[in-house]
Design a protein around this ligand. Structure first.
Ligand SMILES: Cc1ncc(COP(=O)(O)O)c(C=O)c1O
Length: 295
């Protein structure tokens, strides 16, 4: 396993090489997945939609009764310091807040104070070739956790069911897995939201079907409106995926990735005209928002 030697980390107010940063074996983030996180891209030295990410972090933390160790403005400053310390202007941040160091038992009351760290690194989810040609997907047998177990809007450190789904796609020789909710409707990918296009209408599952409120998802909806493309939140059944004109994935890590097949059914438009238009609009918006706004 190769760790990028340029990767940097903010921890307890200090910037260090990520390879030097560590957390305790008694940290409940590690022992129980008790914590929340954000993945944030920066372009031209400026974080994309930082406020939306910090707001989601705050909501995730509130939902699990975790007090963030710093006010949001100070977290924003820590983000800026971390970006500054990274030698390149484009990269990816992983901001993690855990319940902190505690006793071995599960009780969160025994954790002294939250642990927070921010890693700056590169993130390459897929090869450039696949980004252009599209990714093969499967519908996983592993279901998205239902809200009565763990609300999917909480961006928590519990990703085991997504990892199991991703293992299914690895096993099937595919690149990504799509998860259904308990009712059999499409929720999302393992670390991304899903869109389809049918008769020139852009469709994505509503959050109530088990999707994370993706910031890229929201940006894509915004871009669609600006371009005059009809966009709707509608439940998506496997049939709708199999018969879609286009399908693509969105996420901070993924950005926008076209899907070439789903369970062996070829998606005819890959990349399709709506994807191409949205992609251009998305990247233009990123340039507008981040260029010249270096921290
Ligand atoms: C489960 C899941 N769904 C969707 C997304 C996409 O969200 P965003 O666009 O905010 O990165 C992510 C990535 O953070 C994710 O982990």
């Amino acid at each position: 396993m190769h760790i990028n030697s340029d990767a940097m980390c903010w921890m307890n107010g200090e910037i260090m090489a990520a390879s030097e940063a560590s957390v305790s074996v008694f940290d409940h983030g590690l022992l129980y997945g008790d914590g929340v996180f954000e993945g944030i891209r920066f372009y031209h030295g400026a974080p994309f939609r930082l406020l939306a990410h910090l707001k989601r972090l705050q909501d995730s933390a509130r939902a699990i009764a975790l007090t963030l160790p710093l006010e949001l403005e100070l977290i924003a400053e820590a983000v800026e310091q971390t970006i500054h310390a990274f030698p390149e202007a484009d990269g990816y941040l992983r901001l993690v807040v855990t319940r902190g160091v505690g006793t071995l038992g599960i009780n969160p009351e025994n954790c002294a104070a939250p642990t927070m760290f921010i890693i700056a690194d590169h993130l390459t989810m897929i090869s450039q070739e696949k980004r252009l040609q599209g990714v093969k997907t499967i519908i996983a047998a592993t279901r998205r956790l239902s809200p009565d177990g763990l609300d999917p809007r909480i961006k928590s450190l519990n990703y085991l069911n997504h990892i199991l789904a991703r293992m299914e796609s690895n096993h099937a020789g595919a690149d990504e897995a799509l998860l259904l909710n308990a009712q059999g409707f499409v929720a999302e990918g393992t670390a991304d939201n899903v869109f389809i296009v049918r008769d020139d209408v852009l469709i994505t599952p509503p959050l109530s079907d088990g999707a994370l409120a993706g910031i890229t998802r929201a940006t894509v909806m915004e871009v669609a409106t600006t371009l005059g493309i009809k966009a709707r939140e509608l439940s998506v059944a496997p049939y709708d995926l199999y018969t879609a004109d286009e399908c693509f994935l969105t996420g901070t890590g993924a950005e926008l990735i076209p899907v070439s097949s789903i369970d062996g059914r070829t998606v005819p438009g890959c990349p399709g005209p709506v994807f191409e238009q949205i992609g251009l609009g998305f990247h233009a918006l990123v340039e507008r928002e981040c260029r010249g706004r270096q921290v």
